[in-house]
Design a protein around this ligand. Structure first.
Ligand code: DGL
Length: 283
């Protein structure tokens, strides 16, 4: 007992791990830093294998687990899956099957539940549109959470398979992006004209916001997840002081990518508005 207490007392605090298939999680990281600027963060983008949205359940699970274990091995005790596809396809299995056996003192959290908790308070008509990757839509994770938390709401789910590739290839602001941005918005609004709230259920999509706003009717609100996840993480750390103590404070951010660091730095700085100096790793 004595030994166990000493060991846990000696645990070194580490950065909060933030994982995404590529650049999208940066929109969540920025929201987390707005809510909790004093903490240290370690971001990992699996850019070499993005996009995840069209990959099978098993592959997304394997890739996500590799990334989570990498972040644990680099000192993170808490990892946020800043990716809806990974949250939809891997979070539950990691939480239920991996953590209790291999990492009982570590935690992995996702982005879907906190988003659904908040979205119920935004819509007036109770009609929502979800724009997400094919993987997230096919998992129906949003539908299931909405049925649980806001059963009176109606949800239209639209797959947007072209949006992440546009972002990962640096075409988000290009003129070619307009066609595909408009296509999925129009399809959603036509499926249910009473929709007054569109939820961006993929962490990449805020990068397309200038284009998205151009094609969304003016009375429709567009919800991005960054600040929602930031607020939810702050609340989680308040309720879990034992984990809060394991999250290091220093206000630093380090970036890891599985693709070229040079390319990552270039695009990541465009999306975050500040310089980024990433390190390339292999998983
Ligand atoms: N940013 C991710 C999400 O929130 C993943 C996109 C992808 O890799 O397809 O779903």
């Amino acid at each position: 007992m004595q030994d166990i207490m000493q060991t846990s007392g000696n645990i070194q605090a580490g950065p909060i791990g933030v994982f995404d298939s590529g650049y999208g999680g940066l929109t969540i990281l920025e929201g987390m830093r707005r809510a909790l600027p004093d903490y240290d963060y370690l971001y990992l983008g699996d850019n070499a294998r993005a996009p995840y949205g069209t990959r099978s359940f098993d592959v997304v699970y394997d890739f996500t687990l590799q990334a989570v274990e990498e972040l644990f091995s680099r000192g993170c005790h808490l990892v946020i899956l800043a990716c809806n596809t990974a949250s939809a396809k891997a979070l539950r299995s990691i939480q239920q099957n991996v953590l209790p056996v291999k990492y009982p003192d570590h935690r992995v959290l996702g982005v879907i539940r906190p988003t659904v908790e908040e979205v119920g308070h935004v819509s007036r008509t109770g009609h929502l549109g979800l724009l997400a990757t094919p993987g997230t839509v096919k998992s129906h994770s949003y539908m299931l959470e909405i049925e649980k938390l806001h059963p009176q709401m109606k949800l239209i789910e639209t797959e947007c398979p072209m949006w992440v590739p546009l972002i990962e290839t640096g075409e988000a602001a290009g003129p070619g992006a307009d066609y595909f941005v408009r296509k999925y918005i129009d399809a959603t609004m036509q499926a249910d004209p009473e929709i007054d709230t569109l939820l961006l259920g993929c962490t990449h999509y805020p990068i397309l916001l200038p284009k998205i706003r151009k094609f969304v009717p003016s009375h429709v609100k567009v919800i991005a997840q960054g600040d929602i996840v930031g607020r939810s993480l702050a609340d989680y750390l308040r309720r879990h002081p034992e984990m809060d103590r394991k999250c290091r404070r220093g206000g630093s951010v380090d970036y890891l990518t599985t693709e070229s660091a040079e390319t990552f730095n270039k695009f990541a700085s465009l999306f975050t508005g500040h310089p980024v100096d990433a390190t390339r790793i292999t998983l």
